[in-house]
Design a protein around this ligand. Sequence first.
Ligand SMILES: *Cc1c(COP(=O)(O)O)cnc(C)c1O
Length: 230
Amino acid sequence: MNVQENLAEIKKNINHACSLSNRDPKEITIIAVTKYVSVERAKEALTNGVIHLGENRDDGLLHKYEQLEGQPIWHFIGSLQSRKVKNIIDKVDYIHSLDRLSLAKEIHNRSNKKVKCFVQVNTSGEESKHGLKPDETIPFIQELKKYENISVIGLMTMAPNTDDEEVIRQTFRRLRNLRNEIQLLALPHAPCQDLSMGMSNDYEIAIGEGATFIRIGSSLVGNESGGVTQ
Ligand SMILES: *Cc1c(COP(=O)(O)O)cnc(C)c1O
């Protein structure tokens, strides 16, 4: 299937999920995750109006950034080593994987403007997943106040590896509840209005639980790596 057909299907599913949860599809931004695919395929996403692109490695991002200069809005979605921050910081618009103070400090030091960050939370409890524990999240966000170039625009999570929809739903709901708690604190450095959650297999559930950014790779632009997803 080409990107245009995939996108039509995804938009149909988004509309359906929105109607079930009384949401406006305009609240949801699709990020095309291009980590498995070529520059050509990423271009196809752009041609079809998907201007938010996501990569999870610095080299992958830099390669596509050069080829597509000025066109996409870039999201860094993978776990980020502090020493790599300098490579990507002036190229990305959003970082979805802020999970430690050392990384916040590096982002703050290397950037000359505010960076829109999602704090990554491990709401599934799976050992293999990155992110803060839910009960560590609020103290962590309070500490970020000292890094003026960090703006916490939201929280990000990944669903566990399971087919159990209810378990996936709870993982997303926990993130939304935590987001709501943080919003009540009314921290100027952490407006925290957004939820980055939902991938190819679970974005409809995520929308039902309040996702505002969904990160879609395989089912939108495809997976040329033959099934490797991390
Ligand atoms: C790869 C990846 C995605 C997209 O995964 P698909 O299942 O192909 O949609 C989303 N978020 C993160 C953090 C990823 O690493």
